[in-house]
Design a protein around this ligand. Structure first.
Ligand SMILES: [Zn+2]
Length: 256
């Protein structure tokens, strides 16, 4: 998992701790802000457990792992655990000692993960994003579409060309990933015969998903709410975009 990375300054022993601290799994931007809380957590864990090799990860599938490796205690924690409440520290300590004790430590950790999941924005790494196409630079179009909405909270939204899924009876021109705050645009739109305003309209539509979150009650989940539809029609070339789409949809569906 981490083998491809060199240890660099991570994986070294920090002052005041005995074991090593490894932050190399984190993206650069997160690593800097994580160092202080990671050191604090490392000291706290060592107060309870003695020498600990602590690895802070970006691994969403295995958020907490503890094991002994060559006589050393290793704890791997997702970065959502960097500033944990005491109950969570205790649960990690119990888990690492292999103690069940009163109350299953796993249950404490699971409930912490459940309640904190939404607070974490799982940002895609920059090298996973491909905004530059052959004909359209999505970042430029995103900027223009954002300018139409003028909502400061849209500033952190990222964009990329998606993967081409062919052989379907429908085509999804765009999608918005709420967790990653990421817009994906279908690569079939990266053609010289596709007007720029149409791609911009697709991006505008996806941005609206961030502005107007789905409304939910017990039975229903409305994605394109009334407010969503009202704002969508405010796109300057809305009518044209709708017309262009209905005239050219078949061409997209026919592509092989
Ligand atoms: Zn939509």
């Amino acid at each position: 998992m981490n083998e491809r990375r060199s240890k660099g300054e991570d994986g070294q022993t920090e002052e005041g701790t005995r074991g090593s601290l490894d932050l190399s799994d984190l993206a650069d931007a997160r690593r800097g802000e994580s160092r202080q809380p990671a050191r604090r957590l490392h000291r706290t864990l060592e107060d309870h457990l003695g020498t600990v090799d602590l690895v802070i990860t970006d691994n969403r599938r295995r958020m907490v792992t503890t094991r002994f490796r060559q006589e050393r205690r290793e704890i791997r924690l997702h970065h959502m655990f960097l500033e944990p409440p005491t109950s969570v520290v205790e649960a990690v300590v119990k888990l690492s000692r292999g103690e069940a004790g009163d109350g299953d430590p796993r249950e404490t950790l699971r409930s912490y993960i459940r309640t904190n999941r939404e607070r974490i924005q799982f940002r895609p790494a920059d090298d996973e994003l491909k905004p530059k196409g052959e004909h359209f630079d999505l970042n430029r179009l995103l900027k223009r579409a954002r300018g139409l909405l003028d909502e400061p909270e849209l500033d952190d939204i990222a964009i990329t060309w998606g993967r081409d899924g062919r052989g379907s009876k429908t085509i999804r021109f765009g999608s918005f990933d709420f967790d990653q705050r990421l817009i994906r645009v279908h690569p079939a739109l990266d053609e010289d015969w596709v007007p720029r305003y149409f791609v911009e309209f697709i991006i505008y539509h996806e941005l609206l998903h961030a502005v107007c979150p789905p409304e939910e009650d017990q039975q229903n989940r409305r994605i394109h709410t009334d407010e969503f539809q009202r704002l969508e029609k405010e796109f300057p070339r809305y009518e044209e975009a709708m017309e262009w789409e209905s005239e050219h949809l078949q061409r997209f569906l026919n592509r092989t």
